[in-house]
Design a protein around this ligand. Structure first.
Ligand SMILES: [Zn+2]
Length: 280
């Protein structure tokens, strides 16, 4: 499969080996998405998918929720094609020393960004350990892909999930490039309030393509708020392909019921080099 010609990059993809998923995680994934635990997210399947020119691939330090994809696993994969693949480490600042983890990820493994998901990782995003991690991220000028929204795993912590919590971090670190995954679903308005407020904060539209009303409302609100230029293209592969996300966006661009400005925002997002917007 090849990517639609207009899609240039993808800011949000995963890989894992079957051994990286706990039994409980498999049960939860199968419950919300029948057959989900059997999805092939191997590096080989990622390579064979409809990749655009450049793609971000993330690790996942999520023992609490039963998904543990080590930094070195992602590094070994992106090392095979550094022209097209950009690897992110993942750090739970309560479980690992932030300085050691970031130093190893950047200096030894060549990873270039950080994935965090406090609700899955069960750490307080405004706690002192988290701020020690942000200090390391800021010192290295790394971008962050930040899952700040709902989670499907029963053991995840929804009290750590609201997108508005990112405001405290964005105010303290005004240079830190932050991408809020899934437009903060199911709280896209709260996510967009943070994006509108902070010029260094972005939102990816992965994970909402299967919900046509939600993707329309995100594009509409971002357009009305004047921040649609900071929406980024992401698939959350293996949960969606580039073609599926592109088709969903094209449907917004073609929707006569929406304003010309919203339709134009969808077209612009399809054409945007989302990885380049993060400085890569
Ligand atoms: Zn994801």
């Amino acid at each position: 499969m090849t990517a639609p010609a207009s899609v240039r990059s993808d800011v949000h993809t995963h890989i894992w080996a079957p051994s990286h998923l706990s039994g409980a995680f498999r049960v939860d994934l199968d419950r919300i998405r029948p057959g989900g635990a059997a999805i092939d997210a191997s590096p080989e399947a990622h390579r064979a998918s409809d990749r655009p020119e450049r793609t971000i691939v993330v690790a996942f330090d999520g023992a609490h929720s039963g998904l543990e994809v080590p930094d070195h696993f992602v590094a070994a994969y992106v090392d095979q094609d550094r022209e097209r693949l950009i690897g992110y480490c993942s750090v739970n600042p309560v479980a690992r020393d932030p300085r050691d983890a970031i130093t190893r990820a950047v200096d030894e493994l060549g990873l270039r960004g950080v994935k965090i998901a406090p609700t899955y990782q069960a750490f307080d995003p405004l706690g002192p350990e988290a701020f020690r991690l942000y200090e390391e991220i800021a010192a290295r000028e790394l971008p962050v892909l930040w899952h700040q929204g709902a989670a499907f795993v029963r053991n995840s912590v929804l009290s750590f999930a609201p997108p508005r919590l990112i405001d405290d971090v964005a105010r303290r670190f005004p240079e830190m490039k932050i991408v809020i995954a899934h437009a903060g679903s199911p709280w896209p308005e709260e996510c967009l309030a943070v994006v509108r407020k902070h010029p260094q904060v972005f939102a990816d539209i992965s994970g909402i393509v299967a919900r046509p009303s939600l993707i329309r409302s995100v594009l509409t609100s971002a357009t009305e708020l004047g921040c649609s230029d900071r929406l980024l293209f992401g698939t959350d592969w293996p949960f969606a392909t580039v073609a599926e996300v592109a088709t969903s966006l094209q449907a917004v661009a073609d929707d006569d019921d929406l304003t010309p400005a919203t339709r134009s925002a969808a077209s612009s997002l399809l054409a945007r080099d989302s990885v380049a917007a993060l400085g890569f």
